[in-house]
Design a protein around this ligand. Structure first.
Ligand code: SF4
Length: 707
């Protein structure tokens, strides 16, 4: 049996291990050739534009194996070790390849997740090995041999100071890669940090390594420092790792900032989620210690000439400003004693957070600042955010700056613990805000800290340890207000499309929100809800309108925050469309007692069934839900789907690549949310989309929008 292995992404991490495993079980391993322009073009023609360069190249490599092997090996590696997450694209890779390269031979896609423990790894190996033999000891033997080859590969690179390519060539001479150009005498040493599949792929890196050597630059890499040193250095910058290969970026950056390297060049792919946040920490630390730092961004349009010019200029600058090695300093910020207590608490806004929490905060004597998201919030956030980080990061940073400017001494943030960038936000937010000179306390609540007690403890921390009865009363009122606001939302989406007077409808809706906001207790809250739901029911309707039904799916923050989606729901309502959002996007679903009983988990399981076989694992964020909802809404007879995705959002770019491949056909309009998005642009696309849905409904069901 011939097993094809695309020469991209984690090939540079695990090829010796994979080759040893398959060959020990008697298979022949076929590796795709070195990247060519044709492969890159093929990959770019298959994957959506927003996805990163290495994934496009990988799709080109997978295509190049068509007809050359019986299976293509594309494992879904969720996590290489306990407690960290891999980039969502590594997790969703086999599904991306299946969806974008249908000519590809059948994909072997074992799920490898170190967070699930060693047993999971062995189970995955047995399942894979059983394609070759039913002899379990033989499979176990093959796995142990493969794990040994992996250890040998890593030790070899560290011991001999070799790059992965050189080490693979030494271990397997049949994979020797011809390199062009030899170096001139080197007077400066520069560390080159970045993902291996970028640095050592000669085609997409434009032979960066050789060019530096030709410029008389001695280059050093993460592999040469050794894993222990990288891990120790990484902890200089982050309290604990979050991403799978964080050592190779943050660890290597920290290590070489404190080493005798004269400068650092970071290489990242355009649209790379993890690097957009990780490299920000490294670059800020290098700036603090005056270590020359050059940030290179690669994509399929990168021009060789421009890249070479920047390398030459950087090498010249380093030569001219060569500094003595930085000795005995720490990268971590000096320890600062946090003041006790909370005076003014600032939290980032998202849809109905403010009306839900404003009055309850008073019950526990907390002055709360929740700034409305405005153009100013976005421009502040964009000005100080890393390049190509996702929109929610920028908006939340802008909110924090506005909170601090308004007098907040403490900030609060819910951090997620899944494979998307959100779990890394607060690290970088704090770094940027401290560099801007703000002094504040940062309170975080991990969304994985499930259970009502965990939440109440966090609330109590935010309330200067107010008496429990006040904390419980405040929490109860806040969550009841969230439920009331969600009930109002579920009502208004049905009223908007048929309402005769759109302006009046919006006025009543906002009066309702104000009434809920001002309610000081459960009684007045119940009155507000009853009064206004009735008022909405009594609004004059146009009985001739049969609304189109459209589902809104995508990344939670942009789906919820009207400023980020340019008031999409209101605009669709004006066009006679009834919208539906997924259950998990109603905030009260996360704070209701039911959610602590795991209702949302079973909802996720239901979603996973809809998404299978197109997307077979959770890729973090709401990527799985987006694919699942498309299938679900098509089966439920909805007319269309609007897919909202922040520019470069990893889980959603995966969903974008997979959605077109489902057999359930329903029109999908993808709206990219970023600071460039304009209302006019969105309205034009919405009107065209609704037109299409009306014509489609008329032609499919002969049904009119108006009776
Ligand atoms: S987003 Fe970044 S980490 Fe993820 S596959 Fe692309 S380049 Fe690699």
């Amino acid at each position: 049996m011939r097993i094809g292995i695309p020469r991209g992404l984690l090939y540079y991490q695990y090829f010796p291990m994979w080759k040893t495993f398959f060959e020990t079980l008697g298979a022949e391993v076929v590796v795709s050739p070195q990247t060519t322009q044709e492969m890159l073009d093929q990959g770019c023609s298959r994957a959506v534009g927003d996805i990163c360069l290495p994934v496009k190249v990988f799709c080109g490599h997978a295509l190049s194996l068509a007809g050359k092997c019986d299976y293509v090996f594309v494992p879904s590696i969720h996590s290489p070790r306990k407690g960290v997450y891999n980039c969502p694209k590594f997790i969703g890779l086999p599904d991306i390849v299946r969806a974008t390269v249908p000519e590809c031979p059948p994909v072997l896609d074992p799920d490898i997740d170190a967070n699930e423990g060693k047993k999971q790894l062995y189970e995955a190996a047995y399942k894979l090995g059983s394609m070759f033999t039913q002899d379990r000891p033989k499979i176990e033997g093959a796995l142990n041999k493969a794990l040994e080859a992996n250890r040998a590969y890593r030790a070899h690179m560290e011991r001999e100071g070799l790059t992965p390519v050189k080490s693979i060539e030494t271990m397997f001479p049949e994979y020797r890669v011809e390199t062009r150009g030899n170096g001139s005498a080197s007077v400066i040493t520069v560390a080159v940090i970045g993902h291996r599949y970028l640095l050592y792929d000669e085609h997409i890196s434009h032979r960066l390594v050789q060019r530096l050597t030709q410029l008389g630059v001695k280059t050093v890499y993460a592999e040469m420092a050794g894993e222990d040193k990288l891990r120790a250095s990484m902890l200089e910058l982050v309290d604990k790792p979050y991403w799978g290969y964080e050592e190779e970026i943050v660890g290597a950056g920290a290590h070489y900032i404190l080493s005798d390297a004269d400068g650092i060049i970071s290489v990242a792919a355009f649209g790379c989620g993890p690097d957009s946040v990780m490299l920000e920490l490294v670059q800020r630390a290098a700036r603090r210690l005056n270590k020359p730092f050059l940030k290179l961004i690669l994509d399929e349009h990168t021009a060789e000439g421009g890249l070479v010019t920047r390398l030459e200029a950087f090498a010249d600058m380093v030569r001219r400003t060569k500094q003595p090695t930085i000795k005995s300093v720490h990268l971590a910020r000096p320890f600062r004693q946090e003041k006790d207590g909370i005076g003014v608490l600032g939290i980032p806004n998202m849809r109905t957070i403010a009306p839900a929490f404003r009055v309850p905060a008073k019950l526990v004597n907390i002055k709360l600042i929740v700034p409305a998201v405005t153009k100013n919030t976005l421009s502040l956030g964009t000005r100080y955010s890393p390049e190509f980080v996702c929109l929610p990061f920028k908006v939340i940073l802008g909110c924090f700056i506005e909170c601090l400017e308004a007098g907040a001494d403490t900030l609060f943030m819910v951090t997620s613990s899944n494979a998307c960038r959100m779990g890394y936000y607060s690290k970088v937010h704090e770094e940027i805000l401290r560099d801007l000179g703000y002094d504040f306390k940062f309170l975080r609540h991990k969304s994985s800290d499930k259970g009502i007690l965990g939440v109440l403890r966090t609330v109590r921390k935010c309330t200067n340890h107010a008496p429990w009865r006040n904390v419980v009363a405040a929490y109860n009122l806040a969550t009841s207000k969230m439920k009331a606001l969600d009930d109002l939302e579920r009502k208004i989406v049905k009223v908007r499309p048929v309402a005769q007077d759109k302006a009046l409808t919006e006025r009543v809706f906002h009066e309702a929100i104000d009434a809920i906001d001002e309610a000081t207790g459960l009684l007045s809250l119940r009155w507000a809800v009853h009064t206004y739901l009735k008022k909405l029911d009594q609004l004059p309707r146009d009985p001739s309108i049969v609304p189109l039904r459209v589902g809104i799916v995508g990344e939670m923050y942009v789906v919820l925050e009207p400023f980020c989606n340019l008031n999409l729901e209101v605009e669709l309502g004006k066009l006679g469309v009834e919208v539906m959002r997924t259950r998990a996007t109603y905030l009260s679903e996360w704070t209701s007692i039911k959610s602590y009983m795991g209702v949302l988990n079973s909802e996720k399981k239901k979603m996973a069934k809809y998404a299978y076989p197109y997307l077979r694992r959770d890729v973090g964020g709401h990527g799985l839900e987006s694919v699942a909802e498309k299938v679900h809404l098509a089966r439920e007879g909805y007319d269309g789907v609007v897919h909202l995705t922040p520019f470069t959002c990893m889980p959603e770019t995966i969903a974008q690549n997979i959605m077109p491949s489902t057999k359930e056909k329903i029109p999908v309009l993808t709206l990219i949310c970023d600071e460039q998005a304009t209302k006019t642009g969105m309205l034009t696309r919405l009107e065209a989309f609704v037109d299409l849905l009306e014509r489609r409904r008329r032609s499919n069901y002969g049904k009119q929008t108006r009776v």
